[in-house]
Design a protein around this ligand. Structure first.
Ligand code: ADP
Length: 458
């Protein structure tokens, strides 16, 4: 960035300097040319003032002026015949009536023109003046002398360009350092907005936001690791304790079976926990739905109900299903886990002989899954927290019904991945209703298909 700013300033200054010097040179050349023109006019008019009235006297006067390398004087009759020329012999010169400056001088009293003379191979400026007797006095000057004059200024101009560019490089260096200093001095963890460029605020707002998100994610990760260790330690301590008691002969032979049962159920709990943790970390790894496809939500919901039905029947709970086929863009495994956890909770936290009402299908513009139970309900103050990892309203109750505190976090994660919204309504002692609304299935657009193919190709 530093180099870029430096290079940009240097190239802008160089371009501006070169352009302005060229423009100045143009103005300067033009000025010199104008001065040369008005000089020639003045000289012609001065000579004309000393001219006699008859041609012979005029020729004599002019001959008196003598020849000059620079200034060419010609005297021409109104018929175009050359009477005198200080650089050539008048007899050898052709009729001059066709020359534009002569035509104009005969008609208006004076005339001028600029053209290339083959005789002296140079650009010549002519000025012609009609004398009182009708003869034309013409003066001419080589214009290359003005160009030479102008070119004399070139070394000074080049020196000025080099000096200005060196100065510009020095200033650019200082400027770059000054521009970069406030940026380099910004503390990314704690940016001070009062000394920051206004233009950088949106960027630093985003960085601050990202920092906060990262800190939060890091905190959640740390809490999660601590919770995982704690959750795993509890059943393992119990298993180890029971096993040691048996090993040390502290358990009566009659109780061995009971202890075996306790060890088995604590192990089951461990397996349940580990499975949920694995599921959740798999979800954490994927940022979105990797393999989205057309999924019939209702088919998955009906499959989940038949899988969980035996669990419900054991406690005399009845599951009612209503709805119709409805399609979403989704990942079938994630949707199975989402539906499974919500319906499983509706059974686990239900009363014996209770009811679970499941609906899946279109509702307005969305595809809805709603699960309503007649269970124990959730206290108002816990409603916001039940989606947190390892959060359980009643720890011991959750444990007895085989809960890990991770089910609803898996549900929330899957819903976020699918861009779905979740809402919970619950009345303590009456029941709970959890509703998830998905966006309906839409054909992937050609553009997004191409994007996907490109990404795959990369
Ligand atoms: P768990 O594995 O303990 O069921 P979840 O994350 O699935 O964990 O749920 C978190 C907590 O929310 C549960 O421990 C329970 O207290 C409460 N909960 C979830 N679903 C229901 C429900 N349908 N009825 C009553 N309480 C519920």
């Amino acid at each position: 960035m530093r180099k870029k700013i430096y290079r940009t300033i240097c190239s802008i200054v160089t371009a501006v300097v070169i352009l302005s010097v060229l423009m100045m040179f143009g103005v300067y050349c033009n000025r010199i040319y104008k001065i040369a023109r008005s000089d020639l006019k003045l000289q012609t008019e001065t000579i004309a003032m000393y001219m006699g009235t008859d041609s012979d006297k005029e020729v004599a006067e002019l001959a008196f002026l003598g020849s000059s390398d620079d200034l060419r004087i010609t005297l021409i009759t109104p018929e175009g015949e050359v009477l005198f020329d200080n650089m050539a012999s008048p007899e050898e010169m052709e009729n001059h009536l066709e020359r534009p400056e002569i035509i104009s001088a005969i008609e208006t009293g004076s005339g001028e023109s600029r053209r290339r003379s083959e005789t002296i191979e140079s650009e010549i400026y002519y000025y012609a003046l009609r004398l009182e007797n009708g003869n034309i006095l013409r003066a001419a000057r080589r214009m290359d002398s003005t160009v030479i004059l102008a070119l004399q200024a070139v070394p000074f101009m080049l020196a000025a360009i080099v000096l200005v560019i060196i100065a510009a490089m020095f200033i650019a260096e200082r400027l770059t350092v000054n521009i970069m200093r406030p940026i380099n001095e910004i503390d990314l963890d704690n940016p001070d907005y009062s000394v920051m460029y206004e233009e950088l605020r949106p960027l630093f707002d985003r960085i601050t936001e990202k920092n906060r998100e990262m800190e939060l994610a890091e905190r959640i990760r740390r809490e999660f690791s601590a919770n995982v260790s704690h959750e795993l330690r509890t059943p393992l301590t119990a298993i180890s304790g029971y096993a040691q008691m048996i090993e040390n002969g502290m358990v009566r032979p009659d109780d061995i079976q009971e202890f075996g049962h306790r060890i088995a159920s604590e192990s089951d709990r461990l397996i349940l926990l580990i499975n949920d943790i694995i599921r959740l970390s798999r979800l954490d790894e994927s940022d979105g739905i990797d393999t989205a496809q057309r999924v019939n939500l209702s088919e998955i919901v009906r499959g989940t109900i038949s899988r969980l039905e035996p669990l419900a029947t054991k406690r005399g709970i009845h599951i009612f299903y209503s709805g119709e086929d409805a399609y979403i863009n989704g990942n079938p495994t994630m949707i199975q886990e989402l539906a499974g956890n919500i319906i499983d909770n509706a059974i686990k936290y239900n009363k014996d002989k209770g009811e679970v009402r499941v609906f899946s299908g279109m509702n307005g513009s969305g595809v809805e899954l709603s699960v309503k139970d007649t269970g124990i309900g959730i206290p108002e103050e816990d409603l916001d927290r039940i989606f947190e990892r390892f959060y359980r309203v009643d720890k011991s109750h959750s444990k007895t019904v085989g809960g890990t505190g991770l089910g609803l976090s898996i549900v929330k994660h899957a819903a976020i991945c699918h861009g779905a919204t979740i809402s919970v309504k619950s009345t303590l002692g009456i029941g709970t209703q959890i509703t998830v609304v998905f966006k309906p299935y839409h054909e992937p657009s050609i553009e997004s298909e191409e994007k996907k193919e490109n990404e795959e190709a990369e």
